[in-house]
Design a protein around this ligand. Structure first.
Ligand SMILES: [Mg+2]
Ligand SMILES: [Zn+2]
Length: 306
């Protein structure tokens, strides 16, 4: 698994157009056929039986990392963490008033503005980091992530409308950076004035065509890209989410995939039930309220108790 430990923030970001070439390389000495995928970050291989293969590619000499047959995709706010990292930081550090402008701007733009306001009010990047380190990943969520990350054939991605700096900081503090193969989110960087700048994942001059997603990010397109580039042909996706932005990817999932949708005040579950009633949902729908439910549900789905 390609972990994220020690990587710079920029390398966490996968753009929608990551080019991955697939080619068959014939038989390996062990008699199994390998599927080679040359990506921007790693080479990947899997034998014909679906078992994962990890060795050195004879031609390129580079490490071969297996194509996962199960890709687990987490939303971040209110899913991997039990809160909203954006509003937490903004409120904790004293720019709550900026959130009152939320109807006038897109979310990414609003966060970019809030970060400028925080800097103007004397808050530093270290203040933001200190605040983010207080965000907990619940123990049962953390256990589930670690267990899946350690399972051969599994790969974990985060698809989030937060930003790269916030997510990497929380993952690092939770000791989970190594468990996550890729984070697909709005890119953030610190400018020369010490302001955290947040940019839209989807470039403004290259809009996506999805009508149900916000202009800065279509999670459905990202998940489709993950399936194409980072999942075995007959592999499955397990998607965990809570919000409206998670609807689009869930509607694109296939039979054999699974959705963990959060119940309670969160809109995704209701939206999916309506879709299910119309016969428009192919993936298995599982509801959850707490991290303990997620651990239990994943255990049942993946046979952890056996
Ligand atoms: Mg969420
Ligand atoms: Zn979409």
């Amino acid at each position: 698994m390609a972990g994220l430990a020690g990587t710079e923030i920029d390398t966490l970001i996968f753009v929608p157009t990551v080019a991955v070439a697939v080619a068959m390389t014939g038989s390996s000495p062990g008699g199994s056929e390998k599927k080679m995928v040359a990506g921007t970050t790693a080479n990947i291989a899997q034998d014909a039986t679906g078992a994962v293969v990890s060795d050195i590619d004879e031609d390129t000499g580079s490490a071969v990392i297996p194509v996962p047959d199960t890709v687990v995709i987490f939303d971040f706010d209110w899913t991997m963490i039990d809160g909203n990292s954006d509003t937490f930081v903004v409120k904790q550090l004293g720019a709550k008033d900026v959130l009152e402008e939320r109807d006038k701007f897109g979310w990414t733009q609003l966060m970019d503005m809030a970060m400028k306001v925080l800097r103007a009010r004397g808050k530093t990047i270290e203040d933001i980091r200190t605040c983010l380190r207080r965000i907990e990943v619940k123990p049962a969520m953390s256990r589930s992530i670690r267990k899946m990350a350690a399972t051969p054939g599994f790969e974990i991605h985060i698809v989030s409308d937060a930003n790269s700096m916030f997510i990497s900081c929380v993952l690092e503090a939770a000791g989970l950076s190594d468990c996550i193969s890729a984070v697909h989110t709005n890119p953030a960087h610190v400018d020369e004035a010490g302001v955290l700048r947040v940019e839209p994942y989807q470039p403004v001059d290259n809009p996506h065509s999805c009508s149900i997603c916000p202009s800065n990010m279509c999670k459905g397109l990202i998940v489709a890209g993950i399936r194409e580039n980072r999942c075995a042909k007959d592999g499955r996706i397990i998607y965990l989410g809570d919000g409206k932005g998670d609807l689009c990817p869930c509607l694109r999932l296939h039979e054999g995939d699974a959705i963990f949708a959060r119940k309670g005040k969160f809109p995704l579950l209701q939206l999916l039930r309506e879709e299910e009633g119309r016969g428009g949902l192919k993936a298995k729908l599982i509801s959850w309220a707490s991290a303990d439910d997620v651990e239990l549900g994943l255990g049942l789905l993946l046979g952890w108790d056996k």
